[in-house]
Design a protein around this ligand. Structure first.
Ligand code: NI
Length: 390
C-alpha cells in the first residue's frame, strides 16, 4: 500500500526501534531512557533538538525550503502503563509491572520515522515541529508541555496527533469531525455519619444507607439531567465502608469518574453532583464532603484541519479506507490541551483485530508493527501538503 520506497525501506529499522522501546517501558514523567533514545535519533537525523519540556519532553525542529514562516506540529506520546505484560514475545517488557499497553512505543517510533524521512527528503517549505510528550496516561504531560511554553517557544499554526486503534483494520484511518475523545474528571465523596451497634442503628447515623442512596441518585445525571442525545458517563468506581459484621461504621468513601463529549455538558455535572450530596446530607442528617477534580478536556478536532487531515489520509490509504462513521470514544486523551491552544486534528490509525484481548490497556495488547509505514506516510504527507515546497 505504501508506495514510497524510502518509507518501505525504513520498516525493518523502525520495527527494531519499536521493539526496543517496547522492551523498556517507562511510566509518565519517568521517560528518561525513552527521551534519550528520541533525542539522540533526532540529532542523528540532523534536527535541532530541545529537551526538558515538562521534564522528559522533547521537541525536534526541522526547517526546509524557504524556511520559517509557516509551521505545524506533529505530536506523539512516550509513556507506558503499570501493567504486567502477558505477551510472550521476544521483545516483551523487561520491567516487571510496566508495559507499553497503549502503543505509545509505536507512536514514538512513527514520529521518529517521519522525522528521519522528512530530514532526508526535505520536500517541503517551512518548519515542522516533532513533539514527543511525556505522561499521556492520567498525569497530563500534554498540559505540562503547554504550560512550559510549547506554543510560545515553537510557534505553529496547527497541531496534529494520532492514536493506533485496535478493532479498526490495518490500512484504515478514522477521522472524526468535532469531538473524538471524551473529557475525564474524577470526584470523591466522604460520607461522615455516626457509628453505632448494628442492632441499634437509631443510635447513630448510618453512612452506608446514605451513600448507597447517593450512588442510586447519581445515576439520574445521565438519565434525567442531560439530554438523551448528549453523551455523559458517571461511574462510581470505588465504595469503601465498614470492616465488621456487627458495627455500623462512621464513614463511607465513594469515588468515581465523569466522561462527556462537550464542555457545556461537562460544566453541568459538577454542580449536579454537589446538589445531590448537599440534599442527601440534609435528608439523612449526616455530612457529605464532595470534591471534584478536573482531568482532561474533551478532545475536539477543528473543522478546517480535520478536512485537511481527511484529504491527506486519503492520499495515503485511499479514500475508501478513510472512515468518518465511527462514534467518538468515551476514553480521554491529553492531546485535548494542545487542541485548546491551536487548531488541529487527532486521528485513529487502524491497528488490526482486537480479538484475544488485544485492546488498549490490556496485558495482551501489542502495537502492530505492520502499521509503522502507514503512520510515517501520513505524517510525511501532512507536512508536505501543509507546507508545500514552492
Ligand atoms: Ni494511548
Amino acid at each position: 500500500m505504501i508506495t514510497d520506497d524510502r518509507i518501505r525501506a525504513m520498516h525493518a529499522e523502525m520495527t527494531e526501534w519499536r521493539r526496543d522501546l517496547h522492551a523498556h517501558p517507562e511510566l509518565g514523567f519517568e521517560e528518561h531512557r525513552t527521551s534519550d533514545f528520541v533525542a539522540r535519533k533526532l540529532e542523528e537525523f540532523g534536527l535541532e533538538v530541545h529537551r526538558g519540556l515538562a521534564g522528559t519532553g522533547v521537541v525536534g525542529v526541522l526547517q526546509a525550503g524557504r524556511g520559517g514562516n509557516q509551521a505545524i506540529g506533529l505530536r506523539a506520546d512516550m509513556d507506558a502503563l503499570p501493567i504486567e505484560e502477558a505477551n510472550q514475545v521476544a521483545y516483551r517488557s523487561t520491567v516487571p509491572g510496566k508495559m507499553h499497553a497503549c502503543g505509545h512505543d509505536g507512536h514514538t517510533t512513527m514520529l521518529l520515522g517521519a522525522a528521519k524521512y522528512l530530514a532526508e527528503t526535505r520536500n517541503f517549505s517551512g518548519t515542522a515541529y516533532f513533539i514527543f510528550q511525556p505522561a499521556e496516561e492520567t498525569k497530563g504531560g500534554g498540559r505540562e508541555m503547554v504550560r512550559d511554553g510549547l506554543f510560545e517557544r515553537f510557534p505553529m499554526s496547527a497541531v496534529y496527533g494520532m492514536h493506533n486503534w485496535p478493532g479498526v483494520p490495518v490500512g484504515t484511518v478514522a477521522v472524526h469531525d468535532g469531538p473524538v475523545m471524551a473529557s475525564m474528571d474524577t470526584f470523591e465523596i466522604q460520607v461522615r455519619g455516626l457509628g453505632s451497634h448494628a442492632a441499634m442503628p437509631h443510635m447513630g447515623r448510618d453512612p452506608i444507607v446514605a451513600a448507597a442512596n447517593l450512588v442510586s441518585t447519581i445515576q439520574t445525571v445521565a438519565s434525567r439531567l442531560v439530554p438523551a442525545t448528549d453523551a455523559v458517563v458517571v461511574s462510581i468506581t470505588q465504595f469503601h465502608a465498614g470492616d465488621a459484621w456487627n458495627v455500623i461504621p462512621e464513614t463511607a468513601l465513594i469515588r468515581g469518574t465523569v466522561r462527556t463529549l462537550s464542555a457545556a455538558i461537562r460544566d453541568q455535572v459538577e454542580p449536579a453532583l454537589r446538589r445531590m450530596c448537599e440534599g442527601l446530607a440534609t435528608a439523612y442528617g449526616i455530612a457529605m464532603d464532595f470534591s471534584y477534580h478536573p482531568g482532561y478536556p474533551v478532545t475536539v478536532n477543528t473543522a478546517e484541519e480535520t478536512a485537511f487531515a481527511r484529504e491527506v489520509a486519503a492520499t495515503v490509504v485511499g479514500r475508501e479506507n478513510v472512515r468518518g462513521d465511527l462514534a467518538p470514544s468515551m476514553g480521554a486523551e491529553d492531546f485535548a490541551f494542545m487542541l485548546q491552544e491551536r487548531p488541529g486534528c487527532y486521528i485513529w490509525l487502524g491497528n488490526g483485530p482486537a480479538d484475544g484481548g488485544r485492546v488498549l490497556h490490556s496485558p495482551n495488547y501489542d502495537f502492530n508493527d505492520e502499521i509503522l509505514p502507514i503512520g510515517v506516510a501520513y505524517w510525511a504527507a501532512l507536512v508536505e501538503r501543509a507546507l508545500p515546497a514552492g
